[in-house]
Design a protein around this ligand. Structure first.
Ligand code: G3I
Length: 535
């Protein structure tokens, strides 16, 4: 049996070489219940002031080199932030605010590190850096304030003026040959988004909706039903549901005369009750959860008849209710497997029907629901290279033949496929654009970030993972045809990677106790950056 083209044994041995597995618990996020928006708004204001003050301290330090004064300022900002957050939480009448915000000390530390990194990254003379950092100080505060306006329900104060203000005062003194206005603007927006992401109480769902990105999660209905915190996380953060397994052929139609729609119905009903979109997954997958009677088909006619059944059954049943389908999943071989001469996976469909099975499946799905958006879903596409090229050629051929294809699903199991690779935002964005430029929608459909290849103590590994989630959010936000980001699960405890690897991994935005990890705040920062960049 091939686990999605991923070789578990090879992965584990490579990871053992690369990583010392450290244990520990994630930062505690606190919990009470009251006045969420008001409390969050106060936190956002505090962090905006903190950002301004830290940048001012950096500018002064660049001018007079007084390290002691700088250190004192950093300590004062950290202390003030912690005190102001505590007051905001205490004053709130109904504070889910604490649970929805980051820990204040950790946020202060992240803000300080982000400000120092941004300052250090400015090339050019000291004079240039000083001028730039001085210019950024009020801008950071004002960019963060736009989140405060959103929390109050006011129209978000568009930060377009930030770019205008940077451009108006550009070039800064001594900056000839230094960063241009656009680069300076990107840096300050990134910094502001990270700062606001720590303080805002708005969920991923709302932030994604602001920029037309449906933030989703794959779920197993029985896991959700047995965990009340799962339901509240879905309500706050999730705008799109995918059935992790219960719409697969082996579950829905395991025997020629047996249909089992109950669990799939539960996913669709849950989504409709919560006003969430549904991504259907998956109608044709030649590798796993394929019933024995399908694999045993000996003629093309027999297999064609089988192939039509789950497509008509599922797509027809949920016509108008499932927004999009992964019609074909993983038509390419895994990274460690040999492709057929036409580059495809040598599965039963390819063997009996040739490469045309993909277009045939798309036509069947279109006939069953002309309104659903039809996708092909594949792993490892985030990284340029031979596999992406083969997939691109496949998509071009399908489009040239007029096949009804609307979108490409980028699974984005970062670190796992290809093993050990964690592409940055620019790489992911370029990969998404390559397919979007063909006139297709694109989505990140199965996001998780394994820590298998990340070494260090657990909190440090979580921080690295936070950057990866931020990269995914930023990349999707930057591509207008990127319609969604779905994580493959939501809480580490339920991740498929644990049974698959036979080891504890922490690949998702929430830890086992439903505490928000840096991954959560990273994704939130990526989405916020998208909104700040758009305005
Ligand atoms: O349903 C049986 C259950 O009755 C039995 O008690 C249990 C005992 O092991 O097994 C259950 O089935 C398992 C199923 O997950 C539900 O938990 C299968 O053995 C197991 O193979 C299956 O794994 C799923 C895998 O796809 C294969 O379908 C993973 O949960 C799921 O996360 C994974 O998802 C895939 C995407 O669909 C496609 N892209 C790759 C991704 C990760 O492999």
């Amino acid at each position: 049996m091939r686990p999605a083209g991923i070789d578990r044994a090879a992965l584990l041995s490579a990871a053992l070489l690369a990583v010392s597995m450290a244990c520990g618990a994630p930062a505690q996020a606190g919990a009470n219940n009251a006045g969420v928006a008001r409390c969050g708004s106060r936190k956002v204001a505090a962090i905006g002031r903190g950002c301004r003050d830290l940048l001012r301290a950096e500018a002064r330090f660049l001018r007079n080199g007084d390290g002691a004064a700088r250190a004192a300022r950093i300590a004062a900002v950290g202390g003030r932030l912690t005190a102001e957050w505590s007051r905001a939480e205490a004053a709130a009448a109904d504070a889910r605010c604490a649970a929805r915000s980051a820990d204040a000390d950790a946020a202060a530390a992240r803000l300080t590190a982000a400000v120092s990194a941004a300052t250090a990254a400015v090339p050019g003379s000291v004079e240039c850096r000083r001028a730039l950092v001085g210019l950024w100080a009020p801008l950071c505060r004002s960019a963060v304030a736009s989140e405060r306006a959103a929390l109050r329900g006011a129209a978000s104060a568009a930060p377009a003026h930030l770019r205008a203000r940077i451009a108006a005062r550009w070039p800064a003194p001594g900056c000839a040959g230094g960063p241009d206005a656009a680069a300076a603007s990107r840096t300050i927006l990134r910094l502001a988004a990270g700062a606001a992401a720590d303080a805002t109480t708005r969920g991923l769902r709302a932030l994604g909706a602001d920029i037309g990105v449906a933030v989703g999660a794959a779920i197993e209905p029985d896991e959700v039903a047995s965990d009340v915190d799962y339901t509240s996380a879905l309500a706050h953060d999730i705008d799109s549901l995918t059935a992790e397994n219960v719409m697969k052929w082996g579950v829905v139609h395991p025997q020629p005369a047996t249909w089992n729609f109950g669990p799939a119905d539960a996913v669709v009903a849950r989504a409709e009750a919560a006003g969430q979109r549904v991504r259907g997954h998956t109608l044709n997958w030649g590798a796993l959860q394929l019933p024995g009677y399908v694999s045993a088909a000996t003629t093309a006619g027999e297999l064609r008849a089988h192939m039509a059944e789950p497509i008509a059954g599922l797509v027809g049943r949920y016509a108008g209710r499932v927004a999009q389908w992964d019609v074909v999943n993983e038509p390419l071989p895994g990274f460690l497997e040999a492709p057929t001469p036409d580059g495809l996976d040598d599965n039963i469909f390819h063997q009996r029907l040739g490469a045309d099975y993909i277009a045939e499946a798309l036509y069947l799905a279109r006939a069953a629901d002309p309104t659903a958006r039809l996708y092909i879903n594949e792993n490892g596409l985030e990284v340029p290279g031979a596999k992406q090229d083969r997939f691109f050629a496949l998509v071009q051929a399908l489009l040239a033949a007029g096949a009804p294809l609307d979108g490409i699903g980028f699974q984005a199991h970062l670190g796992l496929v290809p093993p050990g690779q964690y592409p940055n935002a620019a790489t992911i964005e370029a990969s998404l654009r390559r397919f979007a430029d063909l006139g297709l929608d694109v989505e990140l459909t199965e996001v998780d970030v394994t820590l298998l290849f990340v070494s260090g103590a657990l909190p440090a590994r979580f921080a690295v993972q936070g950057d990866d989630y931020r990269a995914l959010g930023e990349a999707c936000a930057a591509v207008p045809r990127c319609r969604g980001i779905t994580t493959w699960g939501l809480n580490d405890q339920y991740s498929w990677l644990r049974p698959f690897l036979g080891a504890t991994d922490w690949p998702l935005p929430f830890d086992e106790a439903w505490r928000r990890k840096p991954a959560y705040f990273g994704l939130r920062a990526g989405l916020l950056y998208g909104r700040l960049s758009m305005n």
